[in-house]
Design a protein around this ligand. Structure first.
Ligand code: SAH
Length: 348
């Protein structure tokens, strides 16, 4: 099945494959509101479909919140406060210690900034306000606030994460600079043009409406502000290809169920969405090779005695998550899953 995303004016349409988990696939990934306003003759069936899409989106939001409420403590115990991939030199086959993986996660932040052009003191000084969209327990926010001396606001769907993130900020005497709240990335509680850096580290894959997601990132960016999206994507489709192969979609569908993800898109899709806004310096890269050692390392930690005990204590969502990790590795190996970075700047 295929869903068409409500397209920005300069695009005819963007097709995304749907996942099997959240029902009502034909409309799930279209903004219910834009569907209503764009439809001049709304039939009774149309209204039912729009209502179903809204319910499915709500179910997804609830699922994401519950997933992170339940699993964040376990992740923090084992991996610390960054809930994202590490960045490694390609083909590095060395077995790293735990601190090596933590360094790789910090390196992911540094490489992302570098890729986006935040490369010298001059650029760093411009960053005074940061929004961390999908902040987890706030690892990036605290790092960026300390690095730039900036104010940072993080948003997450999980109340447990927001509380833990605020507690950690207080423990590190950063509460005057950093704060966290429960809010939806698709409807951010911020005025237009507020942030010099709009940061989304591995949250885009959870967004059921990529068009709305990108619009919100662009809206809250200040003139001259930078937008950094680092996210799980599927491979780019080749010319003439309309969708992934069924076996590829099958892998993604299984991952979607466990990790509460809607339909995936490609980095090309993100670039097209960004191109529909007046933005400059739009760039993207495939970092799949740089993250390859990550999931095998997570699995190794889960298989230690401590890892297994913590996993069993943490609950079913964590256990299902652990059982899905090999599929992430398979997805990368077979080239279906791509780890993408997409960055741009809002003109002054
Ligand atoms: N960026 C963090 C955490 C990544 S985990 C880090 O690097 O450590 C994904 C995060 O995205 C979670 O915090 C989850 O709550 C958040 N998220 C997913 N969908 C969201 C939405 N619609 N609005 C706000 N946050 C969302």
């Amino acid at each position: 099945m295929e869903a068409t995303l409500a397209a920005p004016s300069s695009l005819t349409s963007l097709s995304f494959r749907t996942n099997a988990s959240f029902g009502s696939p034909s409309l799930l990934f279209r903004s219910p509101l834009s569907s209503v306003s764009m439809t001049t003759t709304t039939t009774a069936r149309g209204n039912v479909a729009v209502a179903a899409a809204a319910t499915s989106t709500e179910a997804l939001r609830k699922g994401i919140a519950e997933f992170y409420n339940e699993t964040s403590g376990l992740w923090e115990d084992i991996w610390g406060d960054h809930m994202h991939h590490g960045f490694y030199d390609p083909d590095s086959s060395v077995q790293l210690s735990d601190s090596g993986h933590r360094e790789a996660q910090i390196r992911m932040i540094e490489e992302s900034l570098r890729f986006a052009g935040v490369t010298d003191e001059e650029e760093e000084k411009k960053i005074k306000k940061v929004v961390d969209v999908g902040c987890g327990i706030g690892g990036s926010s605290r790092y960026l606030a300390s690095k730039f001396g900036a104010e940072c606001i993080g948003i997450t769907l999980s109340p447990v994460q927001a509380k833990r993130a605020n507690d950690l900020a207080a423990a590190q005497s950063l509460s005057h600079k950093v704060s966290f709240q429960v809010a939806d990335a698709l409807d951010q509680p911020f005025e237009d043009g507020k942030f010099d850096l709009v940061w989304s580290m591995e949250s885009g894959e959870h967004m059921p409406d990529k068009d709305k997601f990108v619009k919100e990132l662009v809206r809250v960016a200040a003139p001259g502000g930078r937008i950094i999206i680092v996210t799980w994507c599927h491979r780019n489709l080749s010319a003439g290809e309309k969708a992934l192969q069924p076996w590829e979609q099958n892998i993604l569908d299984k991952i979607c169920k466990t990790f509460y993800l809607p339909a995936w898109c490609s980095t090309d899709d993100y670039v097209k969405l960004l191109q529909s806004h007046s933005l400059q310096d739009i760039k993207c890269a495939d970092w799949s090779e740089n993250v390859a050692p990550f999931w095998p390392a997570v699995i190794r930690t889960a298989l230690t005695w401590n890892g297994l005990v913590s996993l069993l204590r943490s609950g079913m969502k964590s256990i299902k998550g652990a059982l899905t990790m090999p599929l992430m590795i398979e997805g990368y190996k077979k080239g279906v899953i791509k780890f993408g970075i997409i960055t741009c700047q809002k003109p002054l």
